[in-house]
Unconditional design. Structure first.
Length: 141
């Protein structure tokens, strides 16, 4: 995929002012034009998270929608449906080992995990990861 190619091979472009935000906006436009089911699922995940107390929208420094609590970003959603969530290192290892998430697409094994939102079937799992990140007990969606 072009996203993985850009992240792995063209990492230097992240230093070009506004390029990451432009690139992510293009990913979101592509998703909106050619994958409406994914876009609807992404919107559903964002709607769930933004209903929780003290969770506010933000912008991620490399593009995409950030989710913040007490001024700190705990997750962000890229325009192609890739959700990155910050957990503890231990919880991230548990999530990856259980198959609930993958190691972060850039950092690898760390406190960050990545999860692909592809359609409505992925919404409950994405919401549970976000709940875990904000310290809420994961429950029904």
């Amino acid at each position: 995929m072009i996203f993985e190619f850009a992240v792995r091979r063209l990492r230097w472009l992240a230093c070009v002012p506004l390029f990451p935000q432009w690139f992510d906006a293009m990913l979101l436009a592509w998703t909106g034009l050619f994958n409406r089911d994914r876009l609807k699922a992404m919107e559903a995940v964002a709607d769930h998270a933004l209903q929780w107390p003290h969770v506010e929208p933000g912008s991620h420094r490399y593009g995409g929608m950030g989710f913040c609590q007490a001024g700190c970003e705990f997750a962000h959603l890229h325009g192609n449906g890739l959700l990155d969530v910050h957990l503890t290192v231990r919880d991230a290892a548990v999530a990856v080992a259980a198959g609930w998430a993958r190691p972060h697409h850039v950092f690898g094994p760390s406190a960050w995990v990545s999860f692909w939102i592809r359609d409505a079937n992925d919404v409950p799992a994405a919401v549970r990861l976000l709940q875990w990140a904000v310290g809420r007990r994961p429950g029904p969606v």
